[in-house]
Design a protein around this ligand. Sequence first.
Ligand code: ZN
Ligand code: ZN
Length: 352
Amino acid sequence: MRAAVVEELNRPLVVQNVPDPECPPDGAIVRVGANGICRTDWHLWTGDWAWRGVEIKPPFVLGHEFSGMIEEVGRDVTNWRKGDRVIFPMNPGDGACEWCRSGNQHICDSGAKLVPGVSYWGAFAQYVAVRYADVNLVRLPDTITFVDSASMACRYMAAFHGIVDQADVRGGEWVVVHGVGGMGLSAVQIATALGSKVIAVDVSEKALAAARELGAVHTIDSRVDDPVEAIRALTRGGAQVSIDALGITETCCNSVLSLRKLGRHVQLGHTTRKEAGYVPLPIDVILLNELRLYGTFGMQGQRFGTMLAMCEAGTLKPGLVVRQKVGLEGITDVLEAMADYDTTGVVVIDQF
Ligand SMILES: [Zn+2]
Ligand SMILES: [Zn+2]
């Protein structure tokens, strides 16, 4: 099969023929229909996450947010067959630990070993192997295209889980999204669909324009205005919900400080090498205002029903977050642009 291979960190990917993946007894081989290029790919390609023990050893094939068609199933798989259209949530479970058994396989104890494109060769290729197919695969309705659904396996589902399941966003609430890249734009669209009033904050006018298109009622360029002051003025005291969709100290602190009393902060962005997992937060503000902080890491397969039904009804339109499509040869340019935050929305590979 053809694949885009990382032969050296930080160097252009090499498109070449590699052996087809082998199907595990509990898993499946998916013919990749579309695969989103994510900031996680950039973190891995640059070695930015070595401090947290998350690193790839070249040669390696990235790619963890994909949808496609089942090509082959393992002998232990009962729910799926060749030709089924599927999404594979990027943080899968083994179905056996206490978290999986309580319906939370996205935080599975074995999860770190099971992620294609992170733990083993992924979907910047024609085919990819997935584990525990019966536990993790989600059926993709015929009305939703592979391109529109690719980022649902990662950024879009994480935004949905954070907003709907964790922060329980209600109509009429103010929701601030700090950082409107692929995940932030997804959050803007989902929060708007739920009837909340969304304020988007970013340093890129292109990103802010995309946020307005997807429903943001106010946008703040944080190079020009102090976002915390501007949000407190717009919302008369702070937002009910604020999301850090980037994961750097500035966006995380600004998010917490944007909240009114009893406000809910949602952490969607991972930190970078600079923060190395730690961000100093205004603890007294959190205490005095009784703020709540929610971590969000992807979403479990069984929660896709609500999200896909909203897509089929036209309430959610994940395809609008996709701003660019490339072939395997175009991946390197996208990864290089990510270093300067110079991509808008989600970029999807749709030719292999
Ligand atoms: Zn991703
Ligand atoms: Zn598990």
